[in-house]
Design a protein around this ligand. Structure first.
Ligand SMILES: Cc1ncc(COP(=O)(O)O)c(C=O)c1O
Length: 371
């Protein structure tokens, strides 16, 4: 079976994890701080706060921006549930909005219409690693005094007008889960240029304690700590950071290869009947998944591909039709139409030429013979 995604991991990651074992300091410590420094340098941002998952990064970002009970957060419905649960976790209300069919990114005009007095934040998703219309969204945020929080779970390595995503907004959240562009095994981080927000985030990730454990042990009064804010146990461990540090060294080649597969798919599928490829800017995208739209028989297509030994994904089932979020549900005609057309095809660094060929061949075969 050709998997949908697979991390490129090996001896180098193991060796770095072994180094952590030798220190006997498995939790948050020097590996995490080094990882944060490397992320800051790579993105060109002042602060990177490493945490346990992308979901916890979003939760912390919302909480640090002061989003809470009675507030509304505008968010596209077509995203992973990891974007939505943190909104519920801080006691706010998700206000689902539409996406653009050609990119699956937020429909800014639609989002604008949903702004009320209660809107405290807009959570944008850079779908598939392709930046959304971030200039326009940041402008709205400034004008209406609304926080703009970027769910950049898909977009580590993506850029906009020469600047890396996560380096110029207020708060951006990355995921380093097993199948993301960069993996730590599990992990995430929040980036910001605000020293004040960074301080809050650092405290919140460690139960609201004003100095983390490592610093306490370096301190003469090593037993002393103060709890100064509401917080969570969301910090990253040295083990996860050790994996991420090795991944970062090879990250350039990861993105290069992912992009070359995406270009090859695009060039091929643009000439295949009944397929809509998503609009992309190859100089900005850091591709996480490869999603296409099929106008008819999507589910039959999935079954056919699986029978050929090819894994297929759906990114995503809209959240406004999920049982838990029904109470927040309003009709979203574009999202409801488009999600029935989307499928994601295999995309990962170690994909062989033969595997790419097989995916291309099977998709074409279905479109020409089986539809
Ligand atoms: C768009 C989006 N947001 C948030 C998340 C949550 O990240 P994590 O799985 O690291 O919690 C994901 C993970 O797949 C995601 O795709």
């Amino acid at each position: 079976m050709i998997p949908l995604a697979r991390p490129n991991i090996g001896k180098k990651e193991l060796k770095n994890v072994e180094k952590v074992f030798k220190t006997h300091w498995l939790g948050m410590g020097s590996f995490v701080y080094e990882f944060e420094k490397k992320i800051q340098a790579y993105l060109g941002v002042k602060h990177a706060i490493a945490v346990s998952t992308g979901t916890s990064a979003i939760h912390m970002a919302l909480s640090s921006a002061g989003v809470g009970p009675g507030d509304e957060v505008i968010v596209p419905s077509l995203t992973f549930v990891g974007s939505i649960q943190p909104i519920i976790n801080v006691g706010a209300k998700p206000v689902f909005c539409e996406i653009m069919p050609d990119t699956l990114n937020i429909d800014v005009e639609d989002a604008k219409k949903r702004i009320t007095k209660k809107t405290k934040a807009i959570l944008v998703v850079h779908y598939g690693g392709m930046p959304c219309d971030i200039d326009e969204i940041l402008k709205i945020g400034k004008k209406k005094r609304i926080h703009i929080i970027e769910d950049a779970a898909h977009a580590f390595g993506a850029s906009h007008k020469g600047r890396k995503i996560g380096s110029f907004g207020e708060l951006a959240c990355f995921s380093f889960d097993p199948i993301k562009n960069l993996t730590c095994g599990e992990g995430g981080c929040v980036t910001t240029n605000s020293a004040k927000l960074a301080e809050t985030l650092r405290r919140k990730r460690l139960l609201g304690i004003s100095k983390d454990t490592w610093m306490r042990y370096k301190n003469k009064r090593s037993w002393f700590y103060e709890v100064v804010t509401e917080g969570y146990r969301y910090h990253m461990s040295n083990i996860n950071a050790a994996i991420g540090l090795e991944q970062l060294k090879r990250f350039g080649s990861f993105i290069k290869k992912r992009k070359s597969i995406v270009k090859e798919y695009d060039n091929f599928f643009k000439n295949v009947k009944r397929i809509e490829i998503l609009r992309k800017n190859y100089s900005e995208i850091a591709p996480f998944n490869y999603t296409i739209r099929i106008k008819k028989n999507r589910d039959k297509f999935i079954q056919f591909m699986q029978e050929q030994g090819i894994s297929i994904g759906i990114n995503y089932i809209p959240n406004h039709i999920q049982p838990l979020f029904k109470e927040f549900s309003k009709k979203l005609p574009v999202t409801e139409r488009v999600w029935k057309e989307i499928v994601s095809l295999p995309l990962f660094y170690d994909m062989t030429k033969k595997q790419v060929q097989k995916v291309k061949y099977c998709v074409k075969k279905f479109m020409e013979e089986k539809l």
